[in-house]
Design a protein around this ligand. Structure first.
Ligand SMILES: Cc1ncc(COP(=O)(O)O)c(C=O)c1O
Length: 289
């Protein structure tokens, strides 16, 4: 069965894994009765694949399974089944350094037995790296309106319009990322990243209690800081912190650790701790940990 497409529309013809089998992009059709298609009722994981191996697989699976349970989703495929499917897809696409996305939808309401829908996509890494990631330092602006994620902000859901628009704002401004600030004036995260600032030798990041995503790379930075004996903790950060921060960096599973050279046009004086963490993160990836 082929997709009914609007005139002029093109879908990528790359293979994808959908509900148990490999299909071409053009045949990768989701029912319009699936709550993932109609209502943004889906959760997903975006993983970096290094030399054919997904980085931090276990943590990504934990977040996916936890979100599915907390949001009352039907039962998703088991992590073992998802790993087999991912390996099958990577092999079919001959991809070694890549970005994979695993999406689980709430499925069709009222079905028995109730199962989620699920698909996996993968594409070469190179096309997904931000200009700043390729350069080694990134740039960002503050989103000019208050952002209120609500409790869904703690989950990686497909209800992404507000975050996607923030990302598009960043692109239109010619920077890597837009930083989100809540109505009380506190820094939250980036449109697709977590944010850290450095003050008096301490690494600080907004608390999860502000409904930011518990990023996988964020969690890793906490671990790396511990290993490097760099103090690191959650702290409420007023948006104005970017005027006094000595340095700041972003984290994301694909971009890894990205030290910021500029925020809102201001050059940050230093990048040393961000660069140290970026190197430590890379070393961990290369060690296959
Ligand atoms: C809103 C938001 N915050 C943070 C992150 C970083 O999460 P992770 O480190 O798991 O990639 C992402 C990733 O896309 C995101 O969309």
């Amino acid at each position: 069965m082929s997709l009914a497409l609007p005139p002029g529309a093109r879908v990528p013809d790359r293979l994808a894994w959908l509900n148990g089998r490999l299909v071409s992009g053009a045949d990768a059709a989701l029912s319009l009765y699936d709550r993932g298609a109609r209502d943004g009722g889906g959760i997903f994981e975006t993983l970096r694949i290094n030399a054919g191996q997904p980085h931090e697989w276990q943590r990504h699976m934990e977040r996916l399974v936890l979100s599915a349970a907390e949001l009352g989703f039907p039962v998703p495929p088991s992590p073992r089944r998802l790993r087999e499917a991912l390996d099958e897809l990577l092999a079919a696409l001959s991809l070694r350094d890549a970005v994979a996305r695993i999406t689980v939808t709430r499925g069709i309401a009222g079905g028995r037995p109730t199962r989620t829908g699920c698909w996996i996509e993968a594409e070469p890494l190179a096309g997904r790296l931000w200009p700043g990631t390729r350069r080694g330092t990134g740039t960002s602006v503050m989103l000019p309106h208050a952002f209120s994620p609500g409790f869904v902000g703690r989950h990686k859901t497909t209800s992404r319009l507000a975050w996607d628009l923030a990302r598009e704002f960043a692109r239109a401004e010619g920077v890597d990322e837009a930083l989100l600030v809540d109505k009380d004036g506190f820094l939250l995260e980036g449109g697709a990243s977590n944010v850290f600032v450095v003050r008096d030798g301490e690494v600080l990041t907004p608390p999860l209690s502000r409904d930011v995503l518990p990023g996988i790379a964020r969690a890793l930075v906490f671990e790396l800081c511990r290993a490097l004996e760099v103090p690191c903790r959650e702290a409420d950060l007023p948006a104005g912190c970017m005027t006094w921060a000595l340095e700041a960096f972003l984290t994301n599973s694909v971009q890894e650790v990205l030290p910021l050279s500029h925020v809102q046009g201001r050059a940050l004086p230093e990048t040393a701790i961000g660069e140290q963490l970026r190197a430590a993160y890379r070393a961990r990836v290369l060690a296959g940990a």
